[in-house]
Design a protein around this ligand. Structure first.
Ligand code: ADP
Ligand code: ASP
Ligand code: MG
Length: 402
């Protein structure tokens, strides 16, 4: 019998009524004869609340202990969802990450899945159980609990679907699909019936939190069709898969990312090896760098600006301050009030003028561009965060109409 893997996000299991609704949906499919594996996230804002609690006790808590704490959110959810299914008289079992053999590396707080041992999952399905799996968590080689990074339950679901050879992985959330922009910011955003893995991967990486970017990456690698659906309404959602249309859309979506900060180092020596030195220092600390801008040399000096995640800003500052002398820069200028706005579309590469059209929309909206970065299927700009909502609206209107 076919396996269906479903995932329900935090808002879909936020209270008892919603948990019962999830139970109902799962049972409906189980009664049709499907083998059901259901991944759930922590209820509502539980993960944020736990982070806040940790901060009250120790703002510098180790990542290992943070994972020990945060993994509890998902465990509460699976037990409660299992109880709701039990109450309706259906066979069910809830399993934590370690119980299903969700093996990860030891990068606490952002662990990567290395292997899923599907044997327990299969045994429980053979026993006709509905299986509830805790999202977001795994276990490393030291038998420690790890978490996969914020939004990581989507990736748990795809990993489980891969281990069980499921054809489809359904991601139930609080919107009824993937839109051309965040429908909470852009009122006239349009729902997409389908989107390619590559476009979705870019959108997710560039800030569209509807899917964890690593879930899309994994779904592409293992040919799992992802379906994003509403847990509150019964409507077709958006399919994320390989081929969409013969002619790719010029622009398929607009994304924004507020988790950005800009660092500029002025008057660095204009000599070979400078960029190597600077960015290897950051990469050694596992700090991801995004947009990079280097000025042309003036005399014997140059400036380098780049962006990092806001959450990595303090660490980046500390490293650069520490190596001030060996890097030889004059001043470090930090802006933490910036945001990244991007457009994504596979058809962009064959349509000159897409970037210009985006810049025109920003100009008309009075938004200044601080940095630009492009690839074959995306254009990103760094702008003032205060202007971001207005900029998203303007750029969306330029490509999709008012
Ligand atoms: P869950 O808790 O179910 O994992 P998330 O909050 O992680 O849900 O993701 C759903 C949210 O993603 C939506 O509420 C929406 O505001 C946001 N979002 C951002 N960009 C998009 C987009 N392009 N299409 C749909 N939703 C988007
Ligand atoms: N509960 C985790 C988070 O809030 C994982 C998830 O929801 O996917 O990030
Ligand atoms: Mg999510």
């Amino acid at each position: 019998m076919a396996v269906i893997v479903q995932k329900y996000g935090g808002s879909s299991v936020a209270d008892a009524e919603r948990i019962r609704r999830v139970a109902g949906r799962v049972i409906e499919k189980h009664r049709l004869g499907y083998q059901m594996v259901v991944v759930v996230s922590a209820m509502g804002d539980t993960t944020d609340d736990l982070i806040e609690k940790a901060r009250e006790i120790n703002p510098d808590a180790s990542k290992r202990e943070m994972d020990m704490l945060l993994s509890n959110g998902e465990q509460i959810s699976i037990a409660l969802c299992a109880m709701a299914i039990e109450a309706l008289g259906f066979p069910v079992i809830s399993l934590a990450g370690w119980q299903i053999g969700m093996h990860t590396d030891s990068d606490y707080g952002n662990a990567r899945i290395t292997r899923v041992d599907g044997s327990r999952l299969r045994a429980e399905l053979d026993r006709k159980n509905i299986v509830l799996v805790a999202g977001f968590q795994g276990i490393n080689k030291f038998d420690d609990v790890t978490t996969l990074g914020r939004g990581g339950s989507d990736t748990t679901a795809v990993a489980v679907a891969t281990a069980l050879n499921a054809d489809v992985c359904q991601i139930y959330t609080d919107v009824d699909g993937v839109y051309t922009a965040d429908p909470r910011i852009v009122k006239n955003a349009k729902k997409l019936d389908e989107i390619t893995y590559d476009e979705m991967l870019e959108l997710a990486t560039l800030g569209a939190q509807v899917l964890h970017n690593r879930s899309v990456e994994m779904a592409k690698r293992y040919h799992i069709t992802l379906e994003v659906l509403s847990s509150l309404e019964n409507r077709p959602g958006t399919k994320v898969k390989e081929v969409v249309n013969m002619e790719a859309m010029k622009v398929s979506g607009v994304a924004r990312d507020n988790n950005a900060a800009r660092i500029s180092l002025t008057n660095l020596p204009d000599v070979p090896g400078m960029a190597f030195k600077l960015f290897s220092l950051l990469s050694h600390e596992k700090i991801n760098v995004d947009i990079i801008l280097q000025s042309i040399g003036r005399g014997s000096n140059k400036d380098i600006s780049f962006t990092v995640a806001q959450t990595a800003l303090q660490q980046a500052r500390d490293v650069l301050e520490h190596h001030r002398e060996s890097l030889g820069y004059e001043e470090m200028i930090v802006r933490d009030d910036v945001a990244k706005l991007s457009i994504v579309g596979s058809g962009m590469v064959n349509n000159p003028g897409v970037a210009a059209s985006m810049f025109e929309a920003l100009y008309r909206a009075g938004v200044n561009i601080q940095m630009i970065s492009t690839s074959e299927i995306k254009v990103s700009v760094l702008i003032d965060r205060a202007m971001c909502d207005k900029a998203v609206q303007a750029v969306h209107e330029q490509f999709f109409g008012a």
